[in-house]
Every structure is written in C-alpha cells, then in structure tokens.
Design a protein around this ligand. Structure first.
Ligand SMILES: CC(C)(COP(=O)(O)OP(=O)(O)OC[C@H]1O[C@@H](n2cnc3c(N)ncnc32)[C@H](O)[C@@H]1OP(=O)(O)O)[C@@H](O)C(=O)NCCC(=O)NCCSC(=O)Cc1ccccc1
Length: 166
C-alpha cells in the first residue's frame, strides 16, 4: 500500500498583494506571526519561517519520505528550496515599502546527505552585500547539532514594485 499525503493552501494572490504594499520586514513578521497565509510552496513541502530580523531569515523543515529522491535521501531540490527561501527573505527583510526583489541565481554546495533520521533542519539566510540594484545573500543549512549540511549564495535583483502589484 502506498503512502498518501493531503494538504491545503491559500490563494497566493493575497500574499502577493500584501508584499507589494508593505515594507519587507513588516511583511515577513506578519507571515511569521500567522497574520498572513503562508505561500503555497510552504504547504507543498511543509516548511516554515521560524525567525526573521532585518538582514536575517531562518526557515525549518522536518525531512519526511515525501522529500526523497530515487537514491534514498532528501532530494537536492529540497535543500535548494530552503536555501533560496532563507537567502531571498534575508534580502526582502531589508527592503522598504515600494521595493521588490527576485533571486537571479543560487549556487548550492551539498555537503551532507539528509534523511528522515537527520531530524529538523534549519536554513539560515543573511545579507552579505547590498547595492542599489542587486544584493548578495548567503544561506547555511544546518542540523540540530549545527552541523553544516549545505551552503548557498544567491544574487537578488532589486526593483520598484510594479504598478499592478501596488
Ligand atoms: C558524500 C559527499 C558528496 C562527499 O563527502 P566528502 O566531501 O568526501 O566528505 P566526508 O567524507 O566527510 O562526508 C561528509 C558526510 O557525508 C557522509 N557520507 C560520505 N559518503 C557517504 C555515503 N556514500 N553515504 C552516506 N553518507 C556518506 C560522511 O559519513 C560524512 O558524515 P559524518 O561526518 O560521518 O556524519 C557529501 O558531501 C554528501 O553526502 N553531500 C550531500 C549530497 C546530497 O545529499 N545531495 C542531494 C541529494 S542528490 C539528489 O537529490 C540528486 C538526484 C535527483 C534525482 C535522482 C537522483 C539524484
């Protein structure tokens, strides 16, 4: 008998509209407090924003079988999703109202495999450098013993919120 999993999510337009009219840190704090619905990807993969402060964001995930690749460990894309989220939200946490961002790239180093036995993992993102048009962020994926599981750097593009989203 195969395993099954069901989940619900909220209309992503609610979140996108809020992101367009709020300062990054206020948006992320409301997300963290549950005053805004999580993004659909957080329900799909079952991970959450744990901490946020200006220039730093932390996400956590407890690995399950549903995250596995065909070779018996957590798929690299799960690592990358957590690292992209942490690095991107670290940048977002510094943006004033009216500014938006998107990640331009993500360079990931997979240092240790993750399995269901690894336990909860945390992706800690911080801003390394911020300019007018781009920001450089990095993120570390660690286990409960703070062992480094993966590392990523990401460049983000900064731009005014498009009029349609304001
Ligand atoms: C193994 C290596 C790549 C290289 O390690 P090195 O630089 O030589 O360093 P070191 O030897 O110090 O090892 C470090 C730790 O690793 C442990 N360990 C070593 N060998 C094995 C082993 N054979 N099996 C189990 N564990 C092994 C080793 O005991 C140590 O742990 P410890 O300190 O004792 O507790 C390591 O960096 C790694 O596992 N990275 C994560 C890669 C990863 O998870 N990628 C994403 C998933 S792939 C994917 O999804 C793509 C895909 C998609 C679709 C379909 C198919 C595929």
């Amino acid at each position: 008998m195969g395993r099954t999993r069901t989940y619900n999510w909220e209309d992503p337009a609610i979140l996108a509209e809020a992101a367009g009219r709020m300062a990054g840190i206020d948006f992320l704090r409301e997300l963290h407090a549950g005053q805004l619905p999580g993004p659909p990807i957080s329900y799909t993969l079952d991970f959450a924003l744990d901490e946020v402060e200006p220039g730093r964001a932390v996400f956590s995930l407890t690995p399950g079988e549903e995250h596995y690749n065909p070779i018996g460990s957590v798929h690299g894309g799960i690592f990358a999703t957590l690292l992209d989220s942490a690095a991107g939200c670290a940048v977002q946490s510094t943006l004033p109202q009216g500014m938006a961002y998107t990640s331009l790239d993500l360079t990931v180093k997979f240092l240790r495999r993750i399995t269901v036995d690894t336990g909860t993992v945390r992706a800690i993102g911080t801003v390394v450098s911020q300019g007018r048009q781009t920001a450089l962020a990095q993120a570390q994926l660690v286990d409960a013993k703070d062992r480094l599981l993966a590392h990523a750097t990401s460049s983000c593009m900064l731009f005014p919120v498009p009029p349609a989203r304001q």
